[in-house]
Ligand binder design. Structure first.
Ligand SMILES: Nc1ncnc2c1ncn2[C@@H]1O[C@H](COP(=O)(O)OP(=O)(O)OP(=O)(O)O)[C@@H](O)[C@H]1O
Ligand SMILES: Nc1ccn([C@@H]2O[C@H](COP(=O)(O)O)[C@@H](O)[C@H]2O)c(=O)n1
Length: 220
């Protein structure tokens, strides 16, 4: 079976996860959140007691990382070993350290292989894979490649509306700091050749989903 791969990249809070999941649900595709894998590895590395500032120490946690992620957009979950970490990896404690592990080349190489294996194993007609380097490194040959953007102001506003109980200023600063750190490793702010930009600043959620589906239909 020839499987359709839709690659979606973008900065923090641009809507990659929620929009990609909705697109996958509408098209009957699988959904792969690669950020969840980096987050799960950060959670694991921290629990393993590694020195997060030291690349070799971070990489030493790779062999014991038993990761699994469901690709059904209606039943999303992430496990490390037997432990369900779906909620734990969204906590600010993990968000605050994930860039430190994501910058380690051995980690990126190992997770890229995991993503390709998961994509190859899906039984659905297609898969939407979202992250930071999907259009450029994980699936550069994907049939559809999208950069999902929104202004920093819109992204900060959406994220702080979502994270009630945290100050808007702290949430905004964390989002900007993470983008700054991540963009030293991967360029997800500009579209690579052949990648279509969808700017959701002036779109609501449903309009953004429709815009991504329109790009998919144009490319298939
Ligand atoms: N076009 C839109 N209009 C309004 N809200 C949106 C839109 N797109 C996404 N959102 C909302 O913005 C918030 C952030 O979206 P989401 O978590 O999907 O972003 P993300 O790019 O995956 O972020 P991160 O990289 O930090 O995980 C969510 O609450 C989502 O529902
Ligand atoms: N392809 C990717 C995806 C994610 N990362 C790193 O993981 C962090 C969490 O990602 P979210 O999409 O859940 O926000 C992100 O800040 C990056 O550090 C990555 O490097 N490559």
């Amino acid at each position: 079976m020839s499987r359709i791969v839709v690659a979606v990249d973008g900065p923090a809070g641009s809507g990659k996860s929620s929009v990609s999941k909705a697109v996958a649900r509408k098209l009957g595709y699988a959904y792969l959140d690669t950020g969840a894998a980096y987050r799960a590895f950060a959670w694991h590395a921290q629990n393993a007691g590694v020195e997060l500032e030291d690349a070799a120490s971070v990489a030493s946690a790779l062999p014991s990382f038993e990761f699994s992620e469901a690709t059904d957009p209606d039943h999303f979950s992430v496990r490390v070993g037997e432990k369900d970490v779906t909620d734990a990896i969204r906590k600010p404690a993990v968000t605050g350290i994930v860039s430190l592990v994501a910058r380690v080349p051995e980690v990126r190489a190992a997770l890229t292989e995991v993503f390709r294996s998961i994509a190859a194993a899906t039984e659905r007609d297609g898969i939407v894979i979202e992250g930071r380097d999907i259009t450029t490194a994980v699936a550069p040959d994907a049939q559809v490649r999208v950069l999902l953007t929104a202004s920093e102001e819109a992204r900060m506003g959406r994220r702080s509306a979502e994270l009630t109980g945290y100050s808007a200023q702290v949430v905004g600063e964390q989002l900007k700091a993470r983008d700054r750190a991540d963009s030293r490793v991967v360029d997800f702010m500009t579209a690579a050749d052949g990648v279509t930009t969808v700017d959701s600043t002036e779109l609501d959620f449903d309009e953004t989903v429709d815009a991504v589906i329109a790009v998919i239909r144009t490319n298939l």
